[in-house]
Design a protein around this ligand. Structure first.
Ligand code: DOR
Ligand code: ZN
Length: 352
């Protein structure tokens, strides 16, 4: 009988795609992430969006103030800019010189706070030229937005209509295809011919590794399992799990943990986003264990992202133990509450 694994040691992971919002609620969600991760890429889709280096620096200041108030000194936020039709090449060069790690492409109307997003990628060519030249990655929300494209096809159509032409025009641009949800995306990233080193990668969320679209409709509508890009069929989940656990450095951890208050989710027009930050590492461990690939978790969670972004790997070690943790039904979120992913259930793995 093979011995069952009950704990694993790994270099401390980072979260390469995270929403922490702003104002009162930030402190609550920041604490969950900082308990597990050393660094996280902070998404810029605030209201108004973080479109300039000055706004990003001010946002970083507010994050640091919250970290100080929480007594946390071991966590580093990595800042991004929100790409718009008007982002200039000068702003891109300033971003590079001030330590911004990437620019986020939200096709206008694709998701939460994306109204100011890009209306036509061709309008961004000056910014993209500059990003390619200075080596700043483009982080992509990969969905087309036209109402006539079925919501389950939007990612696959994005590959053909936007990503492939973009990669032809900018062969040396570093691109992260964020929170991929389909077999098409997993195979596209796996099989892409790249001329630059590491010029295409993808992040994968815990919910897309663990659930398929049935989870949105299990016995009734389940708003807390609704995110964008939306969960897909089982065949896609299997392809994502295969990619994440393959040891291919093009795939790495990005939770896309996206907090919305309970009332904004449980509504006639509920917001998109799953709050996975409470025990994200436990969720990933569960997914990797289900594939018999716990040995591949460290590369995915702790090495490949920092390698892609040319940042040093972390050195501190953490231990994940197989010890059931109950997920609370609700958690505080400013003066409201939030329902975390798998609320009221137990997760087998947790950080020691
Ligand atoms: O489900 C999502 N929520 N997907 C996104 O792309 C944005 C995010 C959010 O900010 O709430
Ligand atoms: Zn996101």
């Amino acid at each position: 009988m093979p011995k069952t694994t009950t704990q694993i040691q790994l270099i401390q992971p980072d979260d390469w795609h995270l929403h922490i919002r702003d104002g009162e609620v930030m402190k609550d969600v920041l604490a969950d992430t900082a308990r597990q991760f050393a660094r996280a890429i902070i998404m810029p889709n605030l209201k108004p969006p973080v479109t300039t280096v000055d706004l990003a620096n001010a946002y970083r200041g507010r994050i640091e103030a919250n970290l100080n108030a929480l007594g946390i000194s071991s966590f580093t936020p990595l800042m991004t800019l929100y790409l718009t039709d008007n982002t200039s090449a000068d702003e891109v060069r300033k971003a590079k010189s001030e330590g911004i790690v990437g620019l986020k492409l939200y096709p206008a109307g694709a998701t939460t706070n994306s109204d100011a997003g890009v209306s036509d990628i061709k309008r961004c060519y000056a910014a993209l030229e500059a990003m390619q030249a200075v080596g700043l990655p483009l982080l992509v929300h990969g969905e087309v937005t036209s109402a006539d494209i079925d919501i389950f096809d939007r990612e696959a159509v994005f590959i053909d209509q936007v990503l492939e032409p973009l990669r032809k025009d900018f062969p040396e641009l570093k691109i992260v295809f964020e929170h991929i949800t389909t077999r098409q995306a997993a195979h596209y990233v796996r099989d892409a011919q790249t001329s630059g080193k590491n010029s295409l990668a993808a992040t994968i969320t815990p919910q897309h590794l663990l659930m398929n679209r049935n989870a949105i409709f299990a016995g009734g509508i389940r708003p807390h399992n609704y995110c964008l890009p939306v969960l897909k069929r089982e065949e896609h989940r299997i392809a994502l799990l295969e990619a994440a656990t393959s040891g291919n450095p093009r795939f790495f951890l990005g939770t896309d943990s996206a907090p919305h208050a309970k009332g904004a989710k449980e509504a006639a027009c509920g917001c998109a986003g799953c709050y996975s930050a409470f025990n994200a590492l436990g969720l990933y461990a569960e997914a990797f264990e289900s594939a018999g690939k716990l040995d591949k978790l460290e590369g995915f969670a702790s090495f490949f992202g920092s390698d892609f972004y040319s940042l040093p790997r972390n050195t501190k070690k953490v231990t994940l133990v197989k010890q059931a943790q109950s997920i609370p039904a609700e958690l505080p979120l400013g003066d409201a509450t939030i329902v975390p992913l798998r609320a009221g259930e137990t997760i087998a793995w947790t950080l020691a």
